[in-house]
Ligand binder design. Structure first.
Ligand code: AMP
Ligand code: MG
Length: 437
């Protein structure tokens, strides 16, 4: 590694120019899951399990009814139809939650509600719609034998005592919270959530409390810091605001020091070749071990990754380029999976879907492009359209991005109607339009 020594002040270290996939692999190779902590089920949403969850009961605990109707013996229904109904004697009733239902003998029926235990002797529940619902007290007439042997949910169908339900690394969803509750859990072990120091750099940047200077043409809005903090929160990490540094080595260094306790530091801006691109030089002064710098991608090629020695080991440092679309894409592609791996998730990559290009995608440079697209459903296929102009300095299109269309370095044109691969970055309501009434 060479460091800048030219009179001009331009960066002169050699870029690595990794392929995007290789760069992702290098980043992920450095991530190991953080330790466990116990949280309540409500707190566990979106976290990764740090334990295997095992069934502590058999469910359902007994054979139970899937219908409101009559528990009977299948043999007693034979031949029942509207013209020759079967008539059975009702010997009792069983509700959900009742534990000692009456026995169903030959010619008997027990009135039963959904979820109630199926009485001994019964192997069938006839839905109430196929009966006269005891027009005459003590007797029920059954008009159909189609339910023979049906509507009994057998004990243990859902889980058996001791059975493994959820693996370590499983991401807790609302559905998983249903499973955990069914397994009798109030609390669960999850991996600790990583903290992320977010440092914006650039003397031209004006945080929102100095927006009047933007309006006066004296600076540009600091939009990346809040965006990157939000992207961190969205994966359950804790952003720590390290503020906005001027393009000044001492200021940058002092703020990086303030983030010493964080699991990860993300710097934004000052990452490329210019005289004011000081981040790497400042990091070098404090022993930065660069893993790589520069990736064959657009936007985001000046991205860099490495480690700072710290008292308790080393701290991951992500250096994001400052253009808003570059910061968005490089966080999405590199930082997000790293944070998810730290947080213990087994699944760290976004879902990719095959879409149809809704317009031509021109990507002439020999770089992997990550184009911001919005998705619509068109005759049963997902169609990807650019969110607008793709200049890396533009911010407005990011709000419309459902996904990143990936166009590899060896492709320079995707025609309208051709298949295109899209990383879903937001599976929210915009991805598929709700049918309107
Ligand atoms: P840099 O990576 O520092 O060369 O910045 C590239 C471009 O992104 C410049 O036009 C910066 O003004 C802009 N930029 C850098 N950081 C931010 C930020 N935090 N928010 C918005 N724009 C930024
Ligand atoms: Mg800058």
């Amino acid at each position: 590694m060479t460091t800048g020594s030219r009179a001009s002040g331009f960066e002169d270290r050699q870029p690595d120019w990794l392929d995007a996939d290789e760069a992702v692999a290098r980043v992920l190779a450095g991530a190991s899951p953080l330790g466990p902590e116990s949280v309540t089920l409500t707190e566990s949403i979106g976290r990764a399990l740090a334990e295997e969850v095992v069934a502590s009961a058999t469910l359902p605990p007994w054979d139970n009814s899937a219908m409101d109707g009559y528990a009977v013996r299948a043999a007693d229904l034979d031949g029942a139809d509207p013209s020759s109904p079967v008539e059975l004697t009702v010997v009792g009733v069983v509700l959900a939650g009742q534990t000692d239902p009456p026995v169903v003998g030959p010619g008997h029926a027990v009135r039963i509600m959904t979820g109630a235990p199926v009485p001994p002797g019964a192997d069938t529940v006839v839905r109430v719609e196929d009966t006269d619902a005891e027009l005459e007290s003590g007797q029920v007439r059954i008009f159909n034998d189609r339910d023979r042997g049906r509507h009994v949910r057998s004990a243990g169908q859902d889980m058996m005592l001791g059975e493994s339900l959820l693996e370590p690394g499983h991401t807790v969803t609302p559905g998983s919270i249903g499973v955990l509750s069914a397994a009798g859990r109030e609390a669960v072990l999850v991996h600790r959530a990583p903290s992320v120091g977010v440092l914006s750099t650039g003397s031209e940047l004006r945080p929102v409390d100095r927006y009047d200077e933007v309006q006066a043409g004296l600076g540009i809005p600091e939009s990346n810091g809040p965006m990157i903090a939000a992207m961190s929160r969205a994966v359950g990490a804790w952003p720590i605001d390290l503020g906005v540094a001027d393009d000044d080595s001492a200021d940058i260094l002092q703020r990086i020091d303030a983030g010493a306790e964080a699991d990860v530091i993300v710097t934004i801006g000052g990452a490329s070749m210019g005289e004011a691109d000081l981040v790497k030089r400042v990091l070098d002064e404090v022993g930065f071990e660069q893993d790589f710098w520069r990736v064959k991608m657009r936007p985001g090629s000046p991205f860099g990754f490495g480690w700072l020695p710290r008292d308790e080991g080393r701290q991951a440092i992500f250096s994001l380029p400052g253009n808003p679309s570059s910061a968005f894409v490089t966080f999405e592609v590199f930082v997000r999976p790293f944070l998810l791996k730290l947080a213990g998730h087994r699944q760290v990559m976004r879902r990719r879907v095959r879409c149809i290009a809704g317009e031509p995608f021109r990507t002439p440079a020999a770089l992997t492009y990550f184009q911001r697209v919005s998705l619509t459903m068109d005759s049963g296929v997902l169609k990807a359209n650019l969110t607008g102009p793709q200049g890396s300095g533009l911010v407005t299109g990011l709000a419309r991005a459902d996904g990143l269309a990936v166009v590899r370095h060896d492709v320079d044109l995707v025609e309208e109607g051709d298949p295109i691969e899209v990383i879903l970055v937001d599976a929210g309501p915009a991805a598929v339009e709700a049918p309107m009434g």
